[in-house]
Design a protein around this ligand. Structure first.
Ligand code: NDP
Ligand SMILES: CCCCCCCCC/C=C/C=O
Length: 336
C-alpha cells in the first residue's frame, strides 16, 4: 500500500484564496489494476487558471488540479514502463494512480514527458508544457505577427509572457512588455532582449506606450485584462490582432460583477481589430510541434527560461498565492 497526500478545495474562494479553503488529505492508494500506473510527483505547477476555474463553480469539494511531472514507480500499462516520466493533470498530490485509457480531455490528460536531455524535467510544466504551448499557439496562430511589426505583451515576466516576447523577437518583431516590478523590467530588457519593458505599477501606460511604439501596436498578447488592456488596444493599428490569453487582474473578483467593456467598441470598429480568446488545449494535437520548436530554441540559446521554484509539498498553497501576488519571475512551480 502506498500512502498518498492531496490538496482538496473544500469551499469556493472569496477574493484571494485562503489556506483554510484547502485541506490536505492523507489516504492509502489501492494496488494498481491492469492499464494503470503509479506515479510519484516530482514537479507540480501553480497557475492562475486554478484561481479562475474556481469561479466556474465545479461542485466542491474537488481535488486541486494542475499540471505535474511525475515518475512511474509501478506499471500495468506497457506503454508507460517503470522509470518513464509523465506529464499529467493530476495536480497537487504526491502519489497518484493514473489510467491513460480513460480519456484525452484537458482535465485528464497524460502523456510521456519529451526527453529534456541536459535540461530540467520541470520544463515539462513550463516552456515545454502548457505555458509553452499557450505562448506559441496564442502568438503564432492568433496574432500571426510579421517581421517588423510591434508586439505588446502584458504579464510579460511570467511563464507565458516571457516566452511570448522571446518568440516574437525570434520572428523579427519589435517587442514591448509590461510587468509588475523593476527587477522584472530589467530581466526582460537586459536578459531576454525585449526592446522596451515597463513597470505598469509606476508608469503612465498611455504615455510610455505612445513613446515606445510611435507607429502604433500591431499585435497584443493579453494576459491580464482590465484597464491596461483598454489603453493598449486604444493604441493599435488598423487590422491589429489581439490574443486574449487570460485576465488575471480580475481572477480574484466576483465574475458576476465585472465591469462592462463598452469602451473597447470604438477602437474595435474604427481600427477593424481582430480579438480572439483561446485555450491552449485547442491545439493539443499539435503540442509536439510547439515543443519541438521551443526545445530547439532553448537549446540554441534563442529562448531563455527561468523558474521560480518553491520546495516541498507543504508549500503548494504558499507558492500559489506568491504567484498570484507577482512574486515569480518566469514559471512558478513546486519541487516535491
Ligand atoms: N488561454 C490559455 O490556454 C492559458 C492562459 N493562461 C493565462 O495566461 C496568463 C499568465 O499565466 P502564467 O504565465 O501561467 O502566470 P504568470 O507566470 O504570468 O504569473 C502570474 C502573474 O500575473 C501577474 N499579476 C497578478 N495580478 C495582476 C494584476 N492585477 N494585474 C496585472 N498582472 C497581475 C503577476 O505579475 P506582475 O508582477 O507582472 O503583476 C504574476 O507574476 C494568465 O492570465 C493565465 O490565466 C495560462 C495558461 C494557459
Ligand atoms: C477543470 C479542468 C480544466 C483543464 C484545463 C486545462 C487548460 C487550462 C488552460 C488555461 C486557461 C486560462 O488560464
Amino acid at each position: 500500500m502506498v500512502k498518498a497526500r492531496k490538496y482538496v478545495v473544500k469551499r469556493y474562494f472569496e477574493g484571494v484564496p485562503k489556506r483554510d479553503d484547502f485541506e490536505i488529505i492523507e489516504y492509502e492508494l489501492p494496488p494498481i489494476q491492469n492499464g494503470e500506473i503509479l506515479v510519484k510527483a516530482e514537479w507540480v505547477s501553480v497557475d492562475p487558471y486554478l484561481r479562475a476555474y474556481n469561479n466556474f463553480r465545479f461542485p466542491v469539494p474537488y481535488d486541486q488540479f494542475s499540471y505535474q511531472v511525475g515518475l512511474v514507480e509501478d506499471s500495468k500499462d506497457p506503454r508507460f514502463p517503470v522509470g518513464t516520466r509523465v506529464v499529467s493533470h493530476k495536480g497537487w498530490c504526491d502519489y497518484s494512480v493514473m489510467n491513460a485509457n480513460v480519456s484525452n480531455s484537458p482535465a485528464e490528460i497524460i502523456y510521456k514527458l519529451p526527453d529534456m536531455k541536459d535540461f530540467s524535467n520541470s520544463l515539462g510544466i513550463g516552456a515545454v508544457g502548457l505555458p509553452g504551448a499557450t505562448a506559441y499557439f496564442g502568438l503564432l496562430e492568433i496574432c500571426q505577427p510579421k517581421a517588423g511589426e510591434t508586439v505588446v505583451v502584458t504579464g510579460a515576466a511570467g511563464a507565458v509572457g516571457s516566452l511570448v516576447g522571446q518568440i516574437a523577437k525570434i520572428k523579427g518583431c519589435r517587442v514591448i512588455g509590461f510587468a509588475g516590478s523593476d527587477d522584472k523590467v530589467n530581466w526582460l530588457e537586459k536578459d531576454l532582449g525585449f526592446d522596451k519593458a515597463f513597470n505598469y505599477k509606476t508608469v503612465d501606460v498611455q504615455k510610455v506606450l505612445k513613446k515606445a511604439a510611435p507607429k502604433g501596436v500591431d499585435c497584443y498578447f493579453d494576459n491580464v485584462g482590465g484597464e491596461i488592456s483598454s489603453i493598449i488596444i486604444g493604441q493599435m493599428n488598423d487590422f491589429g490582432r489581439v490574443a486574449v490569453c487570460g485576465s488575471i487582474s480580475s481572477y480574484n473578483d466576483d465574475f458576476a460583477k465585472l465591469p462592462k467593456a463598452t469602451i473597447l467598441q470604438i477602437p474595435l470598429v474604427m481600427k477593424q481589430l481582430k480579438i480572439e480568446g483561446f485555450l491552449a488545449p485547442r491545439w493539443r494535437d499539435r503540442w509536439s510541434e510547439a515543443f519541438s520548436d521551443l526545445y530547439k530554441w532553448i537549446k540554441s540559446g534563442d529562448l531563455k527560461t527561468r523558474e521560480h521554484v518553491t520546495e516541498g509539498f507543504d508549500k503548494l498553497y504558499d507558492a500559489f498565492i506568491g504567484m498570484l501576488n507577482g512574486e515569480n519571475i518566469g514559471k512558478a512551480l513546486v519541487k516535491i
